[in-house]
Design a protein around this ligand. Sequence first.
Ligand SMILES: O=C(CO)[C@@H](O)[C@H](O)[C@H](O)[C@H](O)COP(=O)(O)O
Ligand SMILES: [Zn+2]
Length: 191
Amino acid sequence: MSNAASLIETHLTEHHAAVQRLSGFVPFIEDLAGRMVECLKAGGKVLFFGNGGSAADAQHLAAELVVRYRVNRRALAGIALTTDTSILTAGGNDFGFDSIYARQVEALGCKGDVVIGISTSGNSANVVNGLVEAKKQGCLAVAFTAEGGGRCAEVADLCFRAPSPVTARAQECHLLVGHILCDWVEKAFAS
Ligand SMILES: O=C(CO)[C@@H](O)[C@H](O)[C@H](O)[C@H](O)COP(=O)(O)O
Ligand SMILES: [Zn+2]
């Protein structure tokens, strides 16, 4: 096998192995989807944040809620805390990078909101602090991590530990589970 073929095969094999193990997370997904529907029906919102690829996932999932996943229905309150450059730069500059999500959760998080912090290591301080602040505000603090869980798993109310130790594979599982959650939520609001 060529080097390229072997590299591709490694990615595909790891991906398939991780995705197959997601069947074991059906009860978790069902529980979280139900809590998101309950939150949105009560007028609450879902906040998302993460770093790098996980910041992109946060934006992607918030857009599914505000705009649509597959079918037309009313707009749903999803906010990515990764997008406002003035808030991110002022927060990072004045109070430190570790505070950039906690500050926004303090400003926007209300009792009953669902707050989803995404960190594959589970140890990014800004994500850990955002989850800690979410609990202070009476939100449901949910962590999406890789297999290890890290500090995020310790501080969150609920943790989805994607079944892979590899950052990219965990991110792929996060997005797949995120899409399933958005599909479920959307079906609860589609008439
Ligand atoms: O997308 C990737 C790797 O696939 C990177 O951008 C990755 O998200 C960044 O290195 C992050 O800073 C990693 O942070 P975390 O997931 O450990 O919290
Ligand atoms: Zn990536």
